[in-house]
Design a protein around this ligand. Structure first.
Ligand code: AQP
Length: 332
């Protein structure tokens, strides 16, 4: 079966963007057609400062979020990155394959480093090489992600291609990003031009996966919109970013297309659409937050799941790293 890998950073606070752009799609890919490997990338998280206690809690909370959303730790391999040292080991080799110039073009580095790039950690700069290792240490071929990760996945292909070329092998596969569905880029509820993000200072800009039913409903009621009624076709949303965002969210939550939503909701005012969206979001998201809270009562159980997942992951990663070392010429 083709192998799927994806990861999320335990850097605190999961949003509806992470859920619709990533986790929900991880759940959908679980099953007969794919072998699925999902990772809490704690080594990526520390590219920006994390309080140690918070990192531990956030890693467990992310694991709880995965499981509460429907990831089955038996059917998928679920683990945290630092427990599988092969990621960092292959990451070093890729640090020596990737070029400085490639890294400098990464828009996420520019966004996250901000004006003072000299003060950013070396890890933040080199992040995409470790991300390539996360994927390629399993020879994964399919990587479900949100739109914002597209550039990093292109770099993963570049690293695989350069490695294969330099060492004259056909060893690392060229991975396919899987960026699909109605909500590959969920936008802020306050500003339709900004990505919904855990680091936005306004809590009203996002739905957190830990929000309860009241919080979810009130954030949707207060979401920014325009005064027009909904159009009857997707084309009518092209210059209405806030309206488009809410329709995309509705479509993704209801597992339908934007046109599917508009065939039902076209012509309705937001005074009618927002309560319908709030009801749907509460129905889908509130049980997840309740289940997350329950799972968080049992941290030892979560740790055992992660340890078991790491063992299974290492069984896959070890032979691939070993072969890489041989190709590179490391004496074993
Ligand atoms: N708004 C979004 N819409 C769709 N997908 C999204 N993802 C994140 N935000 C959205 C997807 O979630 C996965 C995990 O991403 P990450 O762990 O790298 O987290 P992030 O991108 O750092 O998350 P934030 O909330 O955007 O953090 P800050 O505020 O620190 O920048 C990825 O597949 C990503 O595409």
């Amino acid at each position: 079966a083709p192998r799927v890998f994806s990861g999320i950073q335990p850097s605190g606070g999961l949003t509806l963007g992470n859920y619709l752009g990533a986790i929900k799609r991880f759940v959908d890919m679980q099953g007969e057609d794919y072998e699925t490997i999902y990772c809490m990338v704690d080594m990526h998280a520390i590219t920006v400062w994390q309080e140690p206690e918070a990192l531990r809690r956030n890693t467990r909370e992310l694991c709880a979020g995965f499981i509460a959303s429907g990831i089955d730790p038996e059917r998928s391999i679920l683990f945290n990155q630092s427990q599988v040292p092969e990621h960092a080991q292959l990451g070093w080799i890729f640090n020596c394959v990737a070029r400085m110039g490639w890294m400098k073009r990464m828009t996420q580095f520019k966004d996250k480093a901000g004006k003072n790039a000299e003060a950013a950690s070396l890890g933040l700069f080199g992040y995409p090489a470790l991300m390539a290792a996360d994927i390629l240490v399993y020879h994964a071929t399919h990587v479900p992600v949100g739109e914002d990760q597209k550039q990093h996945l292109e770099l993963t292909r570049d690293i695989a291609a350069k490695f294969n070329h330099d060492y004259e092998v056909d060893f690392f596969p060229l991975t396919e990003p899987v960026i699909e569905g109605a909500a590959t880029r969920v936008m802020s509820l306050r500003d339709g031009s900004k990505k919904m993000s855990k680091s936005d200072p306004s809590d009203m800009s996002r739905i957190n996966m830990t929000d309860d039913a009241d919080a979810i409903a009130s954030k949707i009621r207060k979401a920014r919109t325009d005064p027009e009624a909904l159009p009857s076709e997707a084309a009518g949303l092209s210059d209405r970013p806030e309206a488009r965002n809410l329709v995309n969210i509705y479509a993704a939550l209801a597992d339908t297309s934007v046109d599917g939503v508009l065939s039902e909701m076209g012509g309705k005012q937001f005074s009618e659409f927002k309560p319908a969206l709030a009801e749907l979001a509460v129905e889908k998201m509130a049980p997840i937050s309740t289940e997350m809270a329950r799972l968080m009562q049992e941290p030892a159980e979560i740790d055992a799941i992660l340890a078991r997942g790491a063992e299974r992951a290492r069984e896959l990663a070890e032979p691939i790293l070993k072969r890489t070392y041989e190709i590179v010429g490391m004496v074993r």
